[in-house]
Write a protein that binds this ligand. Structure first.
Ligand SMILES: NC(=O)c1ccc[n+]([C@@H]2O[C@H](COP(=O)([O-])OP(=O)(O)OC[C@H]3O[C@@H](n4cnc5c(N)ncnc54)[C@H](O)[C@@H]3O)[C@@H](O)[C@H]2O)c1
Length: 358
């Protein structure tokens, strides 16, 4: 697109996260929201009117405007047709995580994204946290041995969340942020073994597990656990503890806690709002051809989704699940200038007893 033109964005799905993206995008001088559609017309109208845009009855009418980019902000069960239409239109595509409730639709869509060479990004905004960059730098000289990911929270107030066939379950839907962080900081996951409670949280009609516990094996030789629970009335803790040689970290959205041999524990505040802006800014900059900092394109999000789906499958079947190594680098190669983690890929750190893989 010409440098002088505004990036014209359409929105599919007009719920909570779409409101957030639209608010961020409206704050960019070089972006115009050209239309909104939702299966609930009043939802589309509410979001559209907030940003002075029209609401449309369906995806096809929205796409007839030929937007430069489309945000797909639908619940996990609703992915598929919207993305297919966006890909066929030639627009760039931002998709909210998770990519689906299982692997069927995302695997098909990833092939189509690759075939068309579409510019994509997925809403794993944790990758844009400054504290994640700092954690990666700290880990550069410290082989990781152990990871402990947690997401202990309430049931979110969206009706579809408590049904596994609509959300994919708490690990797929929510703990995906932490699994993605583990993959970014520690490397590919090669096997998982999980158990669920088999009983739901105390919410009418729920069928998702109240809690899940999983063991994870990383290709570089580290081992880890992931636990998820949705029975509280508040968010207790979400993030990743990492034990490396001579270094202990906790990486959360709000802070990085560091302890090494040097002395006292250090707490470095995080800025999740800045990361939520950065993920949208990077997408728009890439569309405009003025940036190259999309950290989680569709194919990369699929690798995280493979791990969360494997955990869900293992919890369901009681069997361990082995994951095939991704075909290429699991994270886009660091770029000069605005390189992810300052150009250093922590997964390249040699780990005793195994080789880092990427
Ligand atoms: N990255 C993040 O931090 C973050 C934060 C919140 C939500 N999310 C993700 O965003 C997704 C949506 O979450 P939400 O909280 O906005 O949900 P929501 O229920 O508030 O909104 C979803 C909207 O999509 C609409 N919809 C459903 N099917 C549709 C279809 N086929 N076509 C068009 N519209 C359709 C619904 O009517 C609803 O208005 C979830 O996957 C969630 O995990 C991500």
């Amino acid at each position: 697109m010409a440098y002088s033109e505004k990036c014209r964005v359409g929105m599919i799905g007009a719920g909570n996260v779409a409101h957030r993206h639209a608010r961020v995008l409206s704050g960019f001088a070089d972006v115009e929201i050209v239309g909104v559609t939702d299966v609930v017309p009043t939802a589309a109208e509410a979001l559209a009117s907030t940003h002075g845009a029209p609401a449309f009855p369906d995806v096809a009418t929205l796409l007839s405007l030929e937007p430069d980019a489309v945000y797909v902000c639908v619940p996990p069960f609703a992915h598929g047709h919207a993305e297919e239409a966006v890909l066929a239109s030639g627009a760039a595509m931002f998709v909210e995580k998770p990519l689906g409730v299982d692997l069927t639709v995302p695997t098909r869509l990833a092939a189509e994204v690759a075939r068309r060479g579409t510019l994509t990004a997925v809403g794993h905004h944790w990758r844009y946290l400054d504290v994640v960059r700092t954690a990666a730098q700290l880990l550069a000289d410290h082989p990781v041995r152990l990871v402990n990911g947690v997401w202990w929270d309430k049931v979110p107030p969206v009706a579809w969340w408590i049904r596994s066939d609509r959300s994919g379950g708490p690990v797929v839907e929510q703990a995906a942020h932490v699994v993605d962080l583990a993959r970014a900081l520690v490397g590919p996951v090669t096997a998982v073994y999980a158990a669920g409670t088999g009983t739901p949280p105390p919410v009418p009609d729920a069928d998702v597990d109240a809690a899940t516990a999983a063991t994870l094996i990383f290709s570089g030789g580290a081992v880890g656990t992931l636990s998820s629970a949705c029975v509280l009335g508040w968010k207790q803790r979400a993030g990743l503890e990492i034990i490396a040689d001579g270094l202990a970290l906790f990486v959360g959205e709000d802070e990085l806690v560091v302890r090494d041999g040097a002395g006292q524990e250090r707490r470095i505040p995080g800025d999740p709002d800045a990361a939520r802006v950065a993920v949208d800014r990077a997408f728009v900059d890439a569309i405009r051809g003025i940036g190259d900092d999309i950290r989680v394109p569709y194919a990369e999000a699929l690798e995280t989704h493979r791990v969360t789906c494997a955990i869900a499958e293992s919890a369901r079947t009681g069997q361990p699940v082995t994951l095939a190594a991704p075909a290429g680098p699991s994270v886009p190669a660091p770029r000069s200038g605005r390189a992810e983690f300052d150009g250093h890929d922590p997964r390249a750190v040699p780990v005793e007893g195994g080789s880092a893989d990427g």
